[in-house]
Design a protein around this ligand. Structure first.
Ligand SMILES: NC(=O)C1=CN([C@@H]2O[C@H](COP(=O)(O)OP(=O)(O)OC[C@H]3O[C@@H](n4cnc5c(N)ncnc54)[C@H](O)[C@@H]3O)[C@@H](O)[C@H]2O)C=CC1
Ligand SMILES: O=C(O)[C@@H]1CCC=N1
Length: 267
């Protein structure tokens, strides 16, 4: 979908809403003046006015002016928001929900009209065009493809079944935090070995980027790349085996599963 000239309402300009808006502008999909950012207290996002975004606490104004409505509030804030915008929503609106754990059927129950609803699950790297965004649109395949085209410009995308959205949230959206924690720990290890923290962080971060790029470009199994690094009797296999004795893979998988269980009771 070509966003040029189209108005977009981002309802709930918090961490993710702002990141999406910044990504859209960064990747030249449209100009900031076409994006309404709503928040109940706009003074907290006043710094974004200089970038050209339209800031308002008036959700109705934003929805009336826009064709695409991105709903970016917390799950518990959704019913009140939909209640508020119901009077101005029309069948021509395209609603894109990034909200965790709320199904399309649940959203449609809150709506007074039958507009297209698509769920998208990006992550905060969308601000720099590097998101992994999973999308589902069980009732509106053509809208799902249109929304996918938007997110394609903001990283990689995957159209998935709605039943997989919770797993996509843990792996792709929460995943940013999980990888950040690895980077923090690696940096701390680097400092303990004698690097200044900025040096340690650069080495850890560029190495993580290289590891991810190897997999993305070569489409190999991670173990194939690991085998290339682990010199016999070398330091890599010694460290790797100790990490596994300490439960690295197990801790990661257990963390993912606790996160996945939590989504089921998130509202
Ligand atoms: N933060 C992330 O990395 C990701 C978040 N999500 C989902 O995106 C949604 C937003 O998450 P965050 O941005 O982290 O939360 P947040 O709390 O930073 O942002 C929500 C914003 O909505 C505003 N808000 C609440 N009710 C409003 C209303 N009626 N009108 C206008 N603004 C209103 C709040 O003041 C807040 O600034 C959540 O449902 C979350 O599950 C999904 C993927 C990634
Ligand atoms: O922590 C959360 O619940 C949301 C969903 C994924 C990222 N943030």
């Amino acid at each position: 979908m070509d966003l040029k000239g189209k108005k977009i309402a981002v309802l709930g300009a918090g961490n993710l809403g702002i990141a999406i808006a910044q990504g859209i502008v960064e990747e030249n999909l449209t100009e900031a003046k076409n994006i309404f950012l709503t928040r109940r207290h706009t003074e907290q996002i006043a710094h974004l006015a200089k970038d050209g975004f339209v800031l308002t606490s008036d959700n109705l104004e934003a929805v009336k002016a826009s064709k695409i409505v991105m709903v970016c509030v917390q799950p518990k804030q959704l019913p009140a928001l939909i209640d508020e915008i119901n009077p101005v929503l029309t069948a021509d609106h395209l609603l894109v929900s990034v909200i965790t754990g709320v199904s399309i059927a649940e959203i449609k129950e809150l709506l007074k009209i039958d507009c297209a609803v698509v769920r998208a699950m990006p992550n905060t790297a969308i601000a720099i065009g590097e998101s992994m965004t999973c999308i589902c649109a069980p009732d509106h395949a053509e809208h799902g493809i249109a929304v996918q085209q938007i997110f394609n410009a903001l990283g990689q995308t995957l159209l998935i079944e709605e039943k997989m959205m919770q797993a996509a949230t843990v792996l792709g959206a929460s995943g940013i935090a999980f990888f950040m924690r690895y980077l923090r720990a690696a940096t701390q290890g680097g400092v303990q070995m004698g690097f200044h923290s900025e040096e340690a962080q650069l080495i850890a971060v560029q190495t993580a980027k290289g590891a991810a790029s190897l997999i993305l470009e070569n489409q190999q199994h991670p173990e194939v790349e690991i085998d290339k690094v682990t010199t016999p009797e070398g330091c890599t296999i010694a460290g790797l085996n100790e990490m596994e004795h300490q439960g690295l893979s197990s801790a990661l998988i257990k963390g993912l599963m606790v996160s996945y269980e939590k989504i089921k009771n998130i509202k």
